[in-house]
Design a binder for this molecule. Structure first.
Ligand code: SF4
Length: 290
C-alpha cells in the first residue's frame, strides 16, 4: 500500500481515470489476456501496478502478463525487472532480442534511431502476444503523449491525427489499449516516485531522443505553465471532433452540402457562448443601401 495519504489519494485518482478510460473505450472484457509492455520507465511501471490493483477489484476476470523486451542496449540492467516482477508476484515474460545492434548497423551515425527501433520492437511484441495467447496489448502512453503526438502530426506531418486509446495491430491479430489515456504525465511521475518503482533510464541506447517530440513537449510545457489546463483542453478536443468544421471531404461531404432547409447541428455558431440568445430573437431592422 502507498505510504502517505497524499500517495493514496493520487492512487485513487489515477485508478478512477484508468477505470473510466477502460469503460469508455471498452478496453478490457471478461476472459481477456492482457500483455502489459513494461519498459522499466515510470509510465509502464505505473500502468502495470494499477492494472493489477484494478484486476483485484474488477467485476470481470482477466489475466495480466508483464513483458519486458531486453533490447541489448549497453548497460541495460537485465536483472532489475525480473527481480521486481518476481517480488511483486506478477506473471511475466522477458524477451531478449538484440535490436540495438540492428539499429546501429542500419542507421547512419547521428541520425535518430527511434523509428526503426520502434518498428522492430512492435513486431516482437506482436509475436510475443501471439505466443502467449494474449488478445490485448497494453501500452503505457498517457494523455500528454497523445496530445504531443497530435501536435507532432499536425506541425511536422500535415495530418490531424493523434494516438488512439485503442487500435487494432498492423497484423490485425490484437487490440492495443492505452489505459493511461486520461492520466496526466505529472501525476504518473509523482506516483512512480512515491511508489519507488525501480526505474530504468530510457537513454541507454545513446539515441538523441526524437528532437521534434522534444520540441513539442517543450512547447506544451511552456503553454501549460502560462495557461494551466491547456493540455487537458486539447485532449478534451480530441474527444469532441466536428468534421463539418474541418476540411476533410472524406469525413464530411462538403460537395453534397446544399440548402435543404435543414440547419446543421453546429451551424456557424461553434464559437458563440451557449447562453447567447438565437439570432432570430433580435429582430434588428437592416437597410440595404443598393
Ligand atoms: S530512445 Fe532508443 S530505445 Fe527508445 S525508441 Fe529510440 S532508439 Fe529505441
Amino acid at each position: 500500500m502507498p505510504a502517505s495519504q497524499t500517495l493514496q489519494r493520487l492512487e485513487k485518482w489515477l485508478l478512477r481515470k484508468i477505470g473510466k478510460a477502460i469503460a469508455d473505450y471498452n478496453m478490457i472484457a471478461d476472459g481477456d489476456t492482457v500483455l502489459v509492455c513494461v519498459s522499466g520507465g515510470k509510465d509502464s511501471q505505473t500502468l502495470l501496478h494499477l492494472l493489477r490493483l484494478l484486476q483485484q477489484r474488477a467485476p470481470v476476470r482477466f489475466r495480466l502478463i508483464a513483458m519486458n523486451l531486453d533490447q541489448k542496449q549497453p548497460g541495460f540492467p537485465a536483472h532489475v525487472l525480473p527481480a521486481w516482477f518476481e517480488k511483486s508476484g506478477v506473471e511475466f515474460r522477458i524477451v531478449e532480442a538484440d535490436t540495438y545492434s540492428v539499429v546501429k548497423e542500419k542507421i547512419p551515425e547521428g541520425k535518430t534511431t527511434c523509428s526503426l527501433c520502434s518498428r522492430l520492437r512492435r513486431g516482437i511484441i506482436y509475436r510475443t502476444a501471439k505466443e502467449l495467447g494474449a488478445n490485448k496489448i497494453a501500452l503505457g502512453h498517457h494523455r500528454d503523449d497523445m496530445v504531443h503526438t497530435l501536435f507532432l502530426n499536425l506541425l511536422f506531418g500535415g495530418k490531424l491525427k493523434a494516438m488512439p486509446p485503442k487500435l487494432i495491430t498492423d497484423d490485425g491479430a490484437h487490440l492495443v489499449i492505452r489505459p493511461l489515456a486520461y492520466c496526466a504525465e505529472n501525476d504518473i511521475a509523482k506516483y512512480a516516485r512515491g511508489m519507488k518503482f525501480p526505474i530504468i533510464p530510457c537513454n541507454l541506447c545513446g539515441s538523441q531522443n526524437n528532437l521534434q517530440r522534444q520540441k513539442i513537449r517543450a512547447m506544451m510545457q511552456d503553454w501549460d505553465n502560462r495557461f494551466p489546463g491547456r493540455t487537458e483542453a486539447v485532449f478534451t478536443a480530441l474527444q469532441n471532433v466536428v468534421p463539418s468544421h474541418l476540411a476533410d471531404n472524406t469525413l464530411f461531404d462538403f460537395r453534397a452540402l446544399k440548402l435543404e432547409g435543414r440547419i446543421g447541428d453546429e451551424g456557424d455558431t461553434l464559437f458563440d457562448p451557449p447562453e447567447l440568445p438565437s439570432v432570430g430573437s433580435f429582430p434588428l431592422p437592416v437597410r440595404f443601401e443598393r
